[in-house]
Design a binder for this molecule. Structure first.
Ligand SMILES: Cc1cc2nc3c(=O)[nH]c(=O)nc-3n(C[C@H](O)[C@H](O)[C@H](O)COP(=O)(O)OP(=O)(O)OC[C@H]3O[C@@H](n4cnc5c(N)ncnc54)[C@H](O)[C@@H]3O)c2cc1C
Length: 441
């Protein structure tokens, strides 16, 4: 059963979201363009503008669409979420207004599964309600792609754990009410069996920010990504989330969804770029006609649309794989979902960079200027090639999963597609018929 249409009821809600984001939320990107501003809960804009907008999203039954109904979400599944996230991707503030921003989305799921009743009351409820934000800390200054190199340690001490070490690029730490950190608890086994997840509330003695790091273009020495140091940082035993040694497995569940959600939003960013490209090439004139008269320019539009459609279908297919895996619980389906998520993750930066580049290019100097949002869009390509794991690592996951299915050829020299060998086999298979055909001639 293949069907690419959207249910009319859901399409109506998407249309509402599209209008709402364009008219009500996009102005916030212009008024408050700092990349960390949406996370500041003390700000006037949060109180005066974002809270009322969030209330309207709740009324429209689109709040925290990624979460299950038990957690106050819509439980709409990943395919529908992909269609919604594509709309939210247009605008930096939209995920916050719709309650789907990272890393809170993943942290909420961890707390829901592994938090105590008290932790859920103190941290999960306000997080789900959008009253606080949180941080996820896994990467270390010495390296992020290879968790095998992590050295931040927690040691059991009486009725608690004591954490020592450093974390790096912990997004939104300056505004976070708590940190969920993946920390090594058993250095004698591989990290995927020897790390654990901890809840560390803001203000816990021994947890400090060395400095905040921003993205390129932001003023040096400040930014929303925390370089954190833990020095004898003590947390009670119940702040270990899940079993000791389960940290890596929990991280993978959490990061899988996040990677896919980034890709969904990237499709929205590219769609917006295509709108800009189309408008530009029918408006701007050269040699007596619009830019769209130039075949080389039309090709750039076509290349971008083709690339976006391929990417978008890949994202939707990956989303469907996740829904199927969740519905059946089958190992094989979970493996397929993992393959598709990594493939989509690897495809995201290139799609963004290519489409942003062409859109910038047809806009000339305006495209590279600070009067259009295109350079920021372009920058999100390399950024998403790093965040949640570099492209090479995800391509490697794809290749390793594909190789599990690959069988060595019986004839290792020429392989099973060798034409002379197959022709010989085909002749043997139809020998009788070939003989009769020969006699009839
Ligand atoms: C915007 C942003 C937000 C982030 N937010 C968070 C956060 O909230 N919490 C958190 O914990 N982390 C966060 N990170 C960190 C991110 O997860 C790491 O940057 C990422 O895992 C890569 O680690 P690294 O920067 O140390 O690069 P490295 O691990 O040093 O890798 C650098 C490069 O080396 C190459 N490389 C590395 N390994 C391989 C390999 N196996 N095969 C081939 N080539 C390889 C790749 O080219 C790679 O890009 C964020 C990063 C960004 C950019």
């Amino acid at each position: 059963m293949w069907d690419f249409s959207t249910e009319p009821d859901f399409q109506e809600r998407l249309d509402w979201a599209d209008r709402f984001v364009r008219e009500e939320v996009e102005p916030l990107d212009l008024l408050f363009p700092g990349t960390t501003e949406p996370y500041d809960r003390e700000s006037g804009v949060f109180r005066e503008i974002v809270r009322p907008l969030q209330a309207r999203v709740r009324e429209a039954k689109l709040w925290a669409a990624h979460l299950s109904p038990e957690l106050g979400g819509m439980g709409m599944g990943q395919v529908k979420l992909a269609l919604l996230n594509e709309i939210l991707g247009r605008c930096m503030w939209a995920p916050m207004v719709f309650g789907t921003q990272a890393p809170d989305s993943g942290n909420a799921e961890i707390l829901a599964h592994y938090g105590t009743e008290e932790q859920r009351r103190e941290f999960l409820e306000p997080l789900l309600d959008g009253r606080i934000v949180s941080t996820y800390a896994m990467t270390e200054p010495t390296g992020g792609a290879d968790p095998g190199g992590f050295t931040c340690r927690a040691v059991r001490d009486g009725d608690g754990w004591v954490i020592d070490g450093e974390k790096w690029f912990a997004s939104n730490y300056p505004y976070a009410a708590f940190v969920i950190a993946m920390v090594v608890t058993d250095p004698d086994v591989p990290v995927h069996k020897g790390s654990s997840m901890f809840l560390i509330p803001r203000g816990t003695p021994g947890m400090e920010q060395v400095r905040g790091t921003g993205l390129g273009g932001e003023p040096p020495g400040e930014g929303g990504h925390g370089y954190l140091r833990f020095t004898g940082c003590r947390v009670p035993a119940e702040n270990l989330l899940g079993e000791p040694g389960a940290g890596f497995a929990i991280a993978q569940t959490r990061l899988g969804g996040g990677r896919l959600h980034h890709a969904m939003r990237a499709a929205g960013q590219c769609r917006r770029a295509l709108e800009m490209m189309g408008e530009r090439i029918v408006s701007r004139r050269t040699r007596g006609g619009p830019l769209s008269d130039q075949q080389a320019v039309r090709q750039q539009l076509a290349d971008s649309w083709i690339q976006l459609e391929q990417f978008r279908l890949q994202v939707l297919h990956a989303a469907w794989q996740v829904d199927r895996a969740n519905a059946t619980g089958e190992r094989e389906h979970a493996r397929a979902a993992r393959l598709h998520i990594s493939a989509v993750k690897a495809a995201t930066p290139g799609t963004l960079v290519d489409i942003a580049y062409r859109t910038i290019h047809v806009h000339g100097a305006l495209g590279v200027s600070n009067e259009l949002p295109l350079m920021r869009l372009w920058q999100s390509g390399p950024t998403l090639g790093i965040a949640d794991g570099p492209t090479e690592v995800h391509k490697d996951v794809v290749a390793r999963l594909l190789l599990q299915r690959a069988e060595p050829a019986e004839d290792g020299l020429f392989g099973s597609y060798h034409v002379p060998t197959r022709l010989e086999a085909a002749r043997r298979k139809y020998a009788g018929q070939l003989e009769k055909m020969e006699e009839a001639r």
